[in-house]
Design a protein around this ligand. Structure first.
Ligand SMILES: [Mn+2]
Length: 320
């Protein structure tokens, strides 16, 4: 029995925690573990997954309705399993469940993970936490429900199997998972590709304002509070805009600003060049993230933000 299964075996009560604003890999990992434990132990253990609110599109995943956003449960769990989270702050209000648990195990793929878990399983070369998890699951307890969750996590974190960290091993795992015979096309459409009409309209506004700055090396656009109010959408509805801003020829960096308060904008950043580490840039501007994907904060009107960001990112990529 590997350490992951040993920890689960010993614990009578288990909470599963992920990062704030959970993405497909985070939700997929959380539910894969939940379904796996249920398959293996039935109702013999208390298992509680906790995550922030997420898009209702994920509700097609098996047992998504078991995920709670209660941050006030006074219960102390035997074991906290943390997935896909690189630092303690990213656990947001659920970190107390981790801190109060007797034991903990972290499963992740973020390099330089700083979570002080009793056991840490971090494989930075893996495209997704779900890819790491697959290697620790006992095959006989993987069923179609677990397979769907693992598939979704790997598909979303790999940009549907196109990012560089997608490997032969990724496809071997996927080949095994699809053998369970679920409709992955429908799942990808519902969770990854389908947009609401107003999401498409928001993208339209962002495309309309899209410009190339820094001599064509950086794409930039924004949405403000009024845009989001008029379309009745919020932050999670505009997550994917940065993906489209990245898909422009000859750019090195894509940037998308969205208003989060009076004179405050958050910027999502994507690098298309291995030489440009946007996490390094973000750290100088109240943010952080990965080398190729990060986020930061700018203050002022959108004209101030545009002006200052153009100057800062221009200086940053100058010698790269
Ligand atoms: Mn991930």
């Amino acid at each position: 029995m590997n350490i992951f299964n040993e920890k689960i075996d010993k614990a009578n009560s288990i909470c599963i925690l992920g990062h704030e604003r959970p993405d497909g890999d985070c939700i997929g990992s959380t539910l894969a573990i939940y379904n796996y434990i249920i398959n293996k132990y039935g109702d013999k253990k208390i298992v509680k997954p906790y995550l922030d609110f997420f898009s209702k599109n994920f509700n097609i995943l098996p047992n998504a309705d078991k995920i709670s956003n209660d941050t006030m449960n006074a219960y102390k769990f035997d074991l906290a399993i943390i997935v896909d989270s690189s630092s303690i702050d990213r656990l947001s209000d659920y970190k107390r469940y981790f801190e109060e648990a007797n034991d903990s195990i972290l499963i992740d793929h973020h390099e330089n993970n700083t979570i002080p878990s009793k056991v840490s399983i971090v494989f930075p070369e893996s495209i997704a936490t779900c890819e790491v998890l697959y290697q620790f699951f006992e095959k006989e307890y993987i069923d179609i429900n677990v397979a769907k969750c693992l598939y979704l996590g790997i598909a979303t974190d790999s940009g549907v199997f196109r990012y560089r960290a997608t490997t032969k091993k990724t496809f071997e795992i996927i080949s095994y998972l699809v053998s369970y015979g679920f409709d992955f096309t429908e799942m990808l459409d519902k969770i990854v590709f389908d947009n609401t009409l107003n999401q498409r309209k928001a993208q339209g506004i962002a495309f309309d304002r899209l410009k190339l700055i820094c001599k064509g090396q950086v794409s930039f656009s924004y949405l403000n509070d009024d845009d989001m109010k008029s379309l009745n959408i919020d932050k999670k509805d505009i997550d994917n805009i940065i993906v489209y801003l990245r898909e422009i020829e000859n750019i090195k960096v894509a940037a998308f600003a969205y208003q989060v308060g009076k004179d405050i904008y958050k910027l999502s950043l994507r690098s298309k060049s291995d030489n440009i580490d946007v996490a390094e840039f973000a750290k100088k501007h109240e943010g952080g993230g990965h080398k190729l994907a990060s986020g930061c904060v700018y203050h002022g009107s959108i004209d101030d933000v545009t002006f200052n960001f153009t100057k800062d990112i221009g200086d940053f990529i100058l010698d790269k």
